[in-house]
Design a binder for this molecule. Structure first.
Ligand code: ZN
Length: 199
């Protein structure tokens, strides 16, 4: 009797907790700038793979990003977001186009974006102009690496500013993409494949 009670009541709570784990970053702040590239055909896939450009993240990731943005704001900058949570089905499409490269995570393992724990971003100034980071987003070459230092001093300073404050808020960089950051506490979260509703 006890066992039946446990199954009937715990299971629905578990499902609810999974869905409730993600938030739209817009629910936390109006101060982010958005350019969700995969909701347009202006990306390396050359096709639109999101119905609309929304930024969903796991709750703690979103909250930490909000705090980082508040800190950037005190310096006159704001975060501009290129990509957030990415459904596994989209990861599979990307893998078909660029299989076996460092730049697209194998969907069999899933990426931190599929876990809602990664964000692709840059900074804009008070006029909304992007800071010069040396390459565009999704530039698949060594110039986009953190280890590549043959760049103008200002570019190196801009990358350092982005990295220093995000590191402080527990976001980890990866060596090959200056725009990609992963929130440490949620990097092992479950892979998801839900798609968000469009307004
Ligand atoms: Zn990324």
């Amino acid at each position: 009797m006890k066992k039946i009670l446990l199954i009937c009541c715990v299971f629905p709570l578990f499902i609810f907790a999974q869905n409730n784990d993600f938030v739209n970053i817009k629910s936390l702040s109006d101060d982010f700038v958005f350019d969700i590239k995969y909701a347009t055909d202006n990306n390396f896939l050359k096709q639109k793979v999101y119905d609309c450009g929304e930024c969903y993240l796991r709750k703690a990731t979103a909250e930490a990003l909000h705090k980082a943005n508040e800190e950037f704001k005190t310096l006159g900058y704001r975060i501009k977001i290129f990509d957030c949570y990415r459904p596994l089905s989209v990861q599979k499409k990307m893998w078909k186009i660029l299989p076996g490269t460092h730049y697209v995570a194998n969907p069999a393992k899933g990426s931190k974006h599929n876990r809602g724990a990664a964000v692709d971003l840059t900074l804009v100034d008070a006029d909304g102009k992007e800071l010069d980071m040396g390459t565009p987003f999704d530039f698949f070459g060594k110039q986009a690496h953190h280890t590549f230092t043959q760049l103008p001093k200002k570019v190196l300073e801009n990358r350092k500013l982005l990295k220093d404050i995000l590191n402080k808020h527990n976001f980890k960089s990866i060596y090959s993409e200056w725009w990609h950051y992963e929130f440490r506490p949620e990097m092992q979260s479950k892979i998801e494949d839900f798609t968000w509703e469009c307004p």
